[in-house]
Design a protein around this ligand. Structure first.
Ligand code: NDP
Length: 287
């Protein structure tokens, strides 16, 4: 058996096309969504992400505001910029690219963003809202994974899900989203005992570990749906956290790396910006 490939690239393109249509409809009413991205320092991977975010923001018809600050910028200066963006009606979404330089308090910076403009969904209020079932901004990467899972499986109700990784950016919000969809969720991490056996119980396996080819083919339940969040740069190019070649022989469906979860993240950022714009204007959430 060979697993079905979950084509995140195509799904993300479709999502961006739907967003572009909604943006055009908003513009006809005199509303142009705007996304501000703040980059502090010159981390090469962050620069690549920020560039593609800006490009894709413009492609769906939104305004893109880029703010690049030197690595040595004092935290107070960054907080002052965030305050200005919070107050700017042309800005519907604010994203501060992580990681921040070591002298900055990441939590303080993220929590300075107005929660309704926090399109990354990392503000403590959005985290709490998601956890308590209230209307929240949901982190982009797990939101993208959820969309792919729903598209593949329909209802997730009653499915056994294992999420490997407990970061605030991926693992924890992924688990919350699966729980919200009534999956039975286990979160695994570096201290989990007998991880392969735990994974073999999963109908849905999400790997967000950051270790190349970490999840072996024999960890996978036959027919399971495998979502590989990992992006690891190796001498052989980009690889995921899952041993793709081994896993695809066992899984029912699997996301490739690249071309799986990766493209969904920015598409979901644009979706969140659209949602934030609709809410700011008293309109219903887009579908
Ligand atoms: P973190 O480093 O913040 O978290 C990694 C998690 O994996 C931790 O919870 C850690 O456990 C766990 N882990 C590490 N080693 C093991 C092990 N041996 N066994 C079990 N669990 C382990 O990473 P992120 O969540 O930020 O990212 C995860 C991956 O996803 C990375 O490859 C990253 O590049 C990628 N990524 C991809 C995105 C995309 O757009 N597709 C977006 C964001 C991330 P513990 O907590 O115990 O240390």
């Amino acid at each position: 058996m060979t697993a079905t490939l979950i084509d995140g690239k195509a799904f993300a393109a479709g999502l961006r096309a739907r967003i572009a249509t909604e943006v055009a409809a908003l513009k006809a009413r005199g509303i142009t969504p705007g996304l501000a991205v703040v980059l502090v320092g010159a981390d090469p991977a962050s620069q690549v992400y920020v560039r593609s975010k800006g490009k894709q923001t413009l492609e769906v018809g939104m305004n893109s505001f880029e703010h690049r600050l030197p690595a040595e910028t004092p935290e107070a200066e960054l907080l002052a910029l965030i305050e200005r963006l919070n107050a700017d009606p042309a800005v519907n979404g604010i994203l501060v690219q992580l990681p921040l330089p070591g002298h900055m308090n990441e939590a303080a910076v993220i929590n300075a963003i107005a929660p309704e403009k926090d399109v990354d969904g990392f503000h403590i209020l959005n985290v709490g809202r998601l956890a308590t079932g209230q209307k929240a901004m949901v982190p982009c990467t797990p939101l993208g994974c959820l969309m792919l899972l729903r598209d593949r499986l329909g209802s997730l109700s009653g499915k056994r899900a294992v999420v490997i990784g407990r970061s605030n950016i991926v693992g924890k919000p992924m688990a919350q989203l699966l729980l919200r969809d009534s999956a039975t969720v286990t979160i695994a991490h570096s201290r989990t005992a007998d991880l392969p056996a735990l994974c073999r119980e999963a109908d849905i396996l999400v790997a967000a570990v950051g270790r190349p080819l970490f999840v072996g083919g024999d960890w996978i339940r036959p027919g399971a749906t495998v979502v590989d969040v990992g992006i690891n740069r190796t001498d052989d190019g980009l690889v995921g956290d899952v041993d793709f070649e081994a896993a695809r022989k066992v899984a029912g469906a699997i996301t490739p790396v690249p071309g799986g979860v990766g493209p969904m993240t920015i598409a979901c950022l644009l979706a969140n910006t659209l949602t934030a714009t609709a809410r700011a204007n008293g309109l219903p959430d887009p579908d």
